[in-house]
Design a protein around this ligand. Structure first.
Ligand code: SAM
Length: 318
């Protein structure tokens, strides 16, 4: 049996258990080795952080936002810590579950410290305020006496454990709303209300939204015997059996996201996408749901969406 099918079965089983997220973390840590903080992952997310800040600067003229909100930060809060170093005052991270821990925050901070000392961080993160870096190293020194909450406070990070469809933040209050490889894990019936909520909280005028979407089959990241379009061979009914609630994959394509933005009335100011690998797509017997669309659209596997809200009216219609 292929490795990705074994993983799908295990994750499906885990998804029915109590404490499924913690069990999945242990499964990924010890069996699939999918939650180790690798350099590749760390620097990829740093590049995202810089792209978010650049998008904000491009459309507002301001160097850094005062406030930011990320949905689905995941195990290691790399983008929030990068924003801290850049000088963001209030950094919100929202998730339905608290996935980070004191240990994982420490691992993240140590990675920043090592990267800085080795000069590897600086090319990825153009703005690192000296006083913020000094605060990070001081925090690392005193960490043994601190709780996760104390540490997050010192990093100006607030974790909101809530559903992003109903945020506790006030309307028109966040300068930069962002996400990193999260949209693909949220099905449209939830993502549309999430986008509506983002539209409510982002500053109008003056805010920016910046989202990275990874539309590849995530099972292919783990099992190289299948390619990044493998999941497009299945019907929705078949996929329902394969997919799981701990790490769902909506399989939405670029045209679905465009449609959701249009439906929500969010401007799609920039769409920076790669072409994917059309030759690989041709090797997959696509389900009719996908085969009816232009292959070059279906093949797009990674995209960065930017919404410039600088001209949007306060009621969000602009
Ligand atoms: C795959 S993870 C994100 C990965 C991470 N951003 C990264 O860079 O690797 C997706 C996250 O989105 C969160 N999420 C899904 N639906 C949500 C919702 N309605 N509100 C808040 N968080 C949600 C999940 O709990 C999960 O932690």
């Amino acid at each position: 049996m292929k490795k990705w099918i074994q993983k799908a079965i295990v994750q499906k089983t885990i998804s029915y258990l109590p404490f499924s997220r913690s069990i999945n973390y242990l499964f990924q840590k010890h069996i699939t080795k999918g939650v180790h903080l690798t350099d590749a992952y760390f620097y990829d997310r740093l590049a995202h952080a810089t792209a978010h800040l650049n998008a904000y600067h491009k459309y507002t003229g301001n160097a850094v936002p005062q406030s930011s909100l990320e949905i689905g930060t995941g195990w290691y809060p790399i983008v929030p810590v990068a924003f801290f170093l850049a000088g963001v005052q209030q950094i919100y991270s929202v998730d339905i579950a608290l996935l980070t821990s004191k240990e994982r925050l420490e691992t993240t901070l140590l990675k920043f410290e090592t990267g800085y000392k080795q000069g590897q961080l600086q090319p990825y993160l153009s703005t690192i305020l000296p006083e913020r870096y000094a605060a990070l190293t001081a925090l690392l020194k005193s960490r043994h006496h601190l709780t996760l909450t104390n540490m997050l406070q010192q990093l100006h990070i607030t974790y909101l454990i809530e559903d992003a469809r109903k945020l506790s933040l006030s309307g028109n209050s966040v300068d930069l709303v962002n996400s990193n490889n999260t949209f693909e894990h949220i099905y449209p019936q939830i993502l549309v209300p999430v986008l509506q909520e983002f539209k409510r909280v982002v500053k109008k005028p003056g805010g920016v939204m910046s989202h990275f979407i990874d539309m590849s089959d995530h099972f292919a990241h783990f099992d190289q015997s299948v390619n990044i379009y493998n999941f497009l061979r299945f019907s929705d009914a078949q996929w329902k059996w394969i997919d799981n609630s701990i790490q769902p994959q909506s399989r939405c394509r670029i045209y679905d996201y465009r449609q959701m933005y249009a439906q929500t009335g969010l401007p799609l100011t920039e769409e920076n996408c790669n072409q994917g690998a059309p030759a690989l797509l041709q090797t997959i017997p696509l389900h009719s749901k996908y085969a009816q669309h232009p292959p070059q659209e279906v093949a797009i596997s990674h995209c960065h969406f930017v919404s410039d809200m600088s001209k949007a009216a306060e009621d969000g219609r602009g």
